[in-house]
Design a protein around this ligand. Structure first.
Ligand SMILES: [Fe+2]
Length: 172
């Protein structure tokens, strides 16, 4: 935990190149781990589980293993901190959005990317995404955030309203 806090000052925004470097290190680490041996519960249908692997008590960089069950979706939201997500098992569709106008809480979808085993997603603090589990397999995805989730504003205050007509995935 101390190493994480020392390496990343959560007040400093990382560049995309920094995030890519962090993501590749995390992916290497994940390849050497057998997550099954950790005995962490996998989510059932419609269930969302957050396993805290290394959480900074000071609100700094923190790692979680997220398991989302089949059918789980999230509404468009921002994190207000940088994030690196590594797919371990299962597949999640990430739809990225942009604001209709500056400072608007209304957003339109820009594109969608899938994050499956061995794939990465990098997010800067102001980026907006929504997620949807693809298929019948629960996901296990590793999430490294620049700030611990308990130090972020409440989830609902970080959410946006999507314009359904623009969703490239066809979801409402
Ligand atoms: Fe998110």
């Amino acid at each position: 935990m101390t190493q994480l806090e020392r390496r990343f000052d959560s007040r400093v925004e990382l560049s995309l190149a920094d995030l890519q470097s962090v993501a590749e290190d995390l992916l290497k680490l994940c390849r050497g781990l057998d997550f099954g041996q950790l005995g962490l519960q996998e989510a059932g249908p419609g269930q969302e589980l957050l396993h805290k692997l290394a959480v900074s008590s000071k609100g700094g960089p923190s790692i979680y293993l997220v398991s989302d069950g089949p059918g789980v979706t999230s509404q468009p939201h921002e994190h207000k901190t940088w994030a690196v997500i590594v797919g371990i098992r299962g597949c999640e569709i990430n739809t990225r959005f942009q604001r209709v106008v500056k400072d608007s809480r209304q957003v339109v979808a820009v594109d969608s990317v899938s994050v499956g085993a061995g794939q990465l997603l990098l997010m800067r603090p102001s980026e907006i995404h929504a997620t949807s589990v693809l298929g019948e397999q629960a996901t296990f995805h590793l999430h490294l955030y620049g700030s611990a989730l308990h130090a972020l504003p409440p989830f609902q205050s970080r959410c946006f309203e999507a314009s359904a007509a623009s969703d490239p995935a066809g979801r409402s």
